[in-house]
Design a protein around this ligand. Structure first.
Ligand code: DOR
Ligand code: ZN
Length: 347
């Protein structure tokens, strides 16, 4: 039995850091374990221009502890008013790494998102030409579509037609939650990849709804039935470079989660690596953890792997769930995977 595992310093290819007090509270957790993270732009107001991204990047750097070796990789929030020229210059100058498509109304702070994909086609064409990847929140927002079907319907109605129209566009299907998404990405060739979150490898919809409603497990896309979770675990641990970690760690104060209309999002950064080590151990795939967390995403985004390493140790006793984070505005609960985790990051 392996009881120490040293991996390349990993990347988180989908992360919400927020702003203000929350940014200050959560950034040190990411900077401790990760070399880079792709920072989601769904602030209020959203990050829509190159100069917004540069300013947000500076605020993130200011929230990093001294001596941290962490680089935020920025994204722009695609709107129907996005200026293609500004976007291409921001990418060329290394200010942004990707652009995020939120269908309007799909999730937290998505009101400025895209209602009609035809209206952003000129921007998407410019991105394809310049090689800027599009990160997609892949859910339709049609209220007639059942929430558990929204990812599968998005593939058929939006994503596949878009990719046929613009085959040169490089796409990341973010936080895939269904076997439909896994199958689509597996068959999709080199122009598409997918991020998988930590929490979707642990929870299915029963965890949210059976035996009482558990707001801390509510996120978007919502967790699906167990067969889908098993497909996600198989993909993550398969070694297929199309799949890599994007935690979608999305901090909301407990007061916003535990409310009559609670926010979607789970804060997973502090125990993500430990939880993932447990999943990969369970699948007999510890040798593939390095690829999933540190290599596949870097290859897709065309950046070198990080310098440095992180060491995980296997512990005889299960590890406690990390303590809630206290922020000046209230507490933030850390993800409880609900199964014993026998791994911890050393140091
Ligand atoms: O659960 C989620 N939370 N899903 C998202 O797509 C957005 C995120 C957030 O920003 O809170
Ligand atoms: Zn997200």
């Amino acid at each position: 039995m392996t009881d120490r595992l040293t991996i390349t310093r990993p990347d988180d290819w989908h992360l919400h850091l927020r702003d203000g007090a929350m940014l200050a509270a959560v950034t040190p957790d990411t900077a401790l374990h990760f070399g880079r993270a792709l920072i989601m732009p769904n602030l209020v107001p959203p990050v829509v221009t190159g100069s917004d991204a540069a300013a947000y990047r500076a605020r993130i750097m200011a929230a990093c502890p001294d001596g941290a070796s962490f680089t935020p990789m920025m994204t722009l929030y695609l709107t129907e008013g996005t200026d293609a020229a500004d976007l291409v210059v921001a990418a060329r100058d290394g200010i942004i790494t990707a652009v995020k498509l939120y269908p309007a109304g799909a999730t937290t702070n998505s009101a400025s998102g895209v209602r009609d994909i035809d209206r952003v086609m000129p921007v998407l064409e410019a991105m394809a030409e310049a090689g800027v990847p599009l990160c997609v929140h892949g859910e339709v927002t049609d209220s007639k579509i059942d929430i558990f079907d929204r990812e599968a319907v998005f593939i058929d109605r939006v994503l596949d037609p878009l990719r046929r129209r613009l085959p040169a566009l490089r796409v990341v299907m973010e936080h895939v939650t269904t076997s439909d998404g896994i199958d689509y990405v597996r068959a999709g060739g080199e122009s598409i990849a997918a991020t998988l979150t930590t929490h979707h490898l642990f929870i299915n919809r029963n965890h949210i709804l059976a035996g009482g409603i558990r707001p801390h497990y509510y996120c978007l896309p919502v967790a699906k039935r167990e067969t889908h979770r098993l497909a996600l675990v198989a993909a993550a641990t398969s070694g297929d470079p199309s799949f890599f970690l994007g935690t979608d760690s999305a901090p909301h104060l407990d007061s916003a989660k535990l409310a009559p209309c609670g926010c979607a999002g789970i804060y997973t950064v502090p125990n993500t690596l430990a939880c993932l080590a447990q999943v990969f151990e369970n699948e007999g795939a510890l040798d593939r953890l390095d690829g999933f967390v540190a290599r596949h995403g870097a290859a897709f985004y065309g950046v070198p792997v990080n310098d440095g390493t992180v060491t995980l140790v296997r512990t005889a006793a299960p590890q406690p769930v990390p303590d809630d984070r206290a922020t000046p505005e209230g507490d933030l609960t850390v993800f409880d995977p609900l199964v014993p985790i026998h791994w911890a990051v050393e140091g």
